[in-house]
Design a protein around this ligand. Sequence first.
Ligand SMILES: Nc1ncnc2c1ncn2[C@@H]1O[C@H](COP(=O)(O)OP(=O)(O)OP(=O)(O)O)[C@@H](O)[C@H]1O
Ligand SMILES: [Mg+2]
Length: 236
Amino acid sequence: MNAKIKIRNLQKKFGSKTVLDNLSLEIFENESLAIIGESGSGKSVLTKCINGLTEYNEGKIIYENSYDVKNLKTEEKRLHISKFGVLFQNSALFDSLNVEKNIFFSCSEKKDFSILRDVGLDKSILSKMPAEISVGVQKRVGLARAIMSKPKILIFDEPTTGLDPVIADQINKLIRGLVIKKKLTTITITHDMKSVYEYADKVAFIKNGKIEWYGQVKQLKNCKNIYMKNFISGKI
Ligand SMILES: Nc1ncnc2c1ncn2[C@@H]1O[C@H](COP(=O)(O)OP(=O)(O)OP(=O)(O)O)[C@@H](O)[C@H]1O
Ligand SMILES: [Mg+2]
């Protein structure tokens, strides 16, 4: 199977600090990959290298066997970035725009309101301002915006952090439903093993800038890697 994204020997530094170091990873079409690891281990930075928002120092990120993200010129880079939908940790809604304008912010075609049903929202929400809706509903709005342009790959950066367990469970199930229904390729950064078990196919565990463990979710229960075991049991 050909990888949708092939990362080889990636290095990313901020000044003299090396965040990602000789990291290699493959992401496959129609798969849900969870990226886990300690706070500050470089998970968000990795996804920003992948979708073109951050430059990297060394290595390659090959998209569909056709180009290295590093070599893209400005216009090609913009096209690359537009292949990704992102649900940010805090939903990142525009405070001064209502829900409708937030969801369809970058929509240049006819608005397709069926997206509301996909994320479990009702039309009555469209005129509300972000401050008027709960954090869980904000997540749904952020999710609608992320999938609105039918991106090739979705990135979820900590989709359940800051939510109470009931709402977190609803969001996990919602994402799972979308992943299955729309056959999405997704990258989820998370600290929440419930998200991993709910809808991920594979897991990549980052430590010291590298992939410390990579495998299928079903392999986790027999995983021998001590760092991975500690992470799963909540010791780090
Ligand atoms: N723009 C930046 N300039 C300088 N350092 C940065 C920048 N962005 C990230 N870093 C550093 O890179 C490291 C990795 O950051 P990153 O945000 O990827 O961590 P993370 O694994 O996503 O953590 P968390 O789980 O807390 O979100 C951190 O030490 C962070 O301080
Ligand atoms: Mg992060």
